[in-house]
Design a protein around this ligand. Structure first.
Ligand code: ZN
Ligand code: ZN
Length: 243
């Protein structure tokens, strides 16, 4: 499963020796560029390496962002898309458009109050839950596989107390740490809020990632005032054993 594809994801995907043919699912949290900018690059020429359609899930839309299906149409429609040559992603039979594996797209309504199971096969059960990220429709994902669970928080303000319940007792919780201690932002939680949510969710391990332009040491020190469990500072190509 691949969650989000911001800038650099294409290169790191290759360096990690992951294969597009091994993936069960693309899960998109939201369509801010730092989460989807490399999506076309990851899919480019993917039809050479994979024949089976690739399931993709992502959020519903609103007045500031298209739903994931519309977003992908704007990219890959074989007449009007930015990347017409990848029209096969949406099922185009045009010879010039045969440059991507076919996508099997599901839109998840971010306004649903309860977590929704959006994928359940290949030994992978995934639930999605809408989270507050300014005006951008955004999903968190909880993945269950082989008896362990991993929660991807994505960008959020941390203002919905239901999220900690959604993330409760995960083996790994991945939270984004984007703004510095004491900073305010309509899209992102400050380190004390990330710490409080993590403490309440009580994961076996917290991984922080998605660092913004800030003093990371100060942000971590602030977070640790509120979260006392095991902590990993995320880094590119880092691996965490869960099984
Ligand atoms: Zn965002
Ligand atoms: Zn982001």
């Amino acid at each position: 499963m691949l969650v989000d594809m911001g800038g650099g994801a294409h290169e790191r995907f290759g360096q990690s020796q992951a294969k597009i043919s091994d993936l069960s699912l693309f899960a998109i949290s939201h369509v801010h560029p730092d989460h989807v900018a490399d999506l076309p690059a990851v899919l480019w020429l993917s039809n050479r390496f994979r024949k089976a359609p690739l399931p993709v899930v992502g959020p519903s839309g609103n007045n500031v962002a298209p739903d994931i299906s519309t977003f992908l149409s704007r990219l890959f429609n074989d007449k009007t898309g930015a990347f017409q040559v990848m029209g096969s992603a949406l099922g185009s039979k045009q010879p010039y458009a045969a440059s991507s594996v076919r996508l099997d797209i599901s839109v998840v309504d971010v306004k649903q109050k309860k977590p929704q199971t959006i994928f359940d096969r290949d030994g992978l059960t995934v639930t999605a839950f809408g989270i507050p990220h300014g005006d951008m429709p955004t999903l968190a994902y909880r993945v269950q596989t082989h008896g362990v669970s991993i929660v991807f928080s994505s960008d959020q303000t941390g203002t919905d107390p239901e999220f900690a319940k959604f993330a409760k007792n995960a083996d790994v919780l991945i939270m984004h740490l984007t703004i510095g201690a004491g900073d305010k932002n309509p899209f992102h939680a400050a380190p004390d809020v990330v710490g409080r949510i993590s403490q309440e969710a009580n994961p076996k391990r917290l991984i922080v990632s998605h660092f913004g332009p800030m003093d990371l040491d100060l942000a971590i020190a602030e977070l640790k005032k509120f979260y006392t469990g095991p902590l990993t500072i995320g880094a590119d190509l880092q691996c965490t054993q869960v099984l």
